[in-house]
Design a binder for this molecule. Sequence first.
Ligand code: ASP
Length: 452
Amino acid sequence: MTEAATTTHGGGKMSLTVKVLIGMGAGLVLGVIFNMIDSDFINTHIAGGLFAMIGKMFVNALKMLVVPLVFFSLICGVTGIGDIRVLGRVGGKSLVLYLFTTALAISIAILLALAVGPGVGFNMEGVDTSGITGKEAPSVWNVFAAIVPTNPVAAFANGDMLQVIFYTVVLGVAVLMLGGKSKPFIEACEYMNEVMMKVVTIVMAAAPIGVFCLIAKTFTEQGIELFGPVLAYVITLVVALFLHLFVTLMIILKVFSGLNPFIFMKKMRPAQIFAFSTASSNATIPVTLRSVTERVGVDNSVASFCVPFGATINMDGTAIMQGVATVFLANVYGIDLGLGGYITVIAMAVLASIGTAGVPGVGLVMLTMVLGQVGLPIEGIALILGVDRLMDMIRTAVNITGDAVVSTIVAKGEGKVDMAVFNDPDAGLLTESSLDIDEEAERDLAQYAKPH
Ligand code: ASP
């Protein structure tokens, strides 16, 4: 049964995925029309005003979930695993797989770009390169040192995910060490985790409108004319991204977990749409976590660690963009980087992804570090700046799919995938009735309402 066919599920109500897809399609059409009309009023007050406001509120609402959700689900995850050795194994396996998939992604992207050769014979004359500044690559040692927070409250307030994960895991281990005494705290965290998941459901219910506004605003601003001069770059990049998404990642999933990639892909669709619309892996964490646990069937003990960890350190799509962009700019400037140069690019891109949060546009900042390292002119970025938002949207969808693939593989290896959930096409599917208060809960509530 397809998801579209489940529109009758939940008392004749349409599934959220279908609604979000409709919102996305409508936003795209309206955005393209607005772009063609190019009216000042529309640009300032409708697309840049109303749509921008609603879109921002929606992204903010997603972001507001991230830190508390990760905290409570990770405490439940650590205490749920219950064994520090298993915890170390899950951490180690996911780290290796994240680095491996990112390195593989960029290597394939570089090979593809070298074969296609985008940017050869391009003339930089007339390209405005003012305002492009580079960022120094931080040292590897500093990247790792920064994982330990000096002040956990600041880490939570800033939403620094690696620090939040580090602190929460240490706290979870301490909770475990206290044994029976910790029971009330663990129960409270389990309850809070359930509450947070409900808040995710509430926020996701606003997705059709939120996604519509985000997409309409973006496409009103994105002129088709921007794509013309760098079409070869765009096509090579999109092909590389789709190749990784639909072929490489799915082969990796099949080989390492034995799970059916088609079922997996269908279940990840809502999270991919959220990633595409927000261009932020971080903001998408609540949806990725929900999809991986409730739709794919990965146990929270693995997903609560792997998903936020992946959103921060794993960026396959971003690495692919850096690979294609480097080859493109090397061709534009007629510089031959040689094998050593490309190996440096791969190493830099993988390292840069560890310390960089998954937020919109950060891939370009990472690209300045990579270009600086291999001696390519950073001003070249001006060429691809105009098309980067759309590319960011696609690569973010690839990034979060990579996170989900690795989370699923690690969970399968630990025997922590519920196959009944995985094989049930309706498992965790959101419908309007997901927001209903169930009868049992209503009875409980009525009791609380009674005077004692
Ligand atoms: N927006 C991407 C993400 O959040 C990062 C990037 O490529 O700019 O994963």
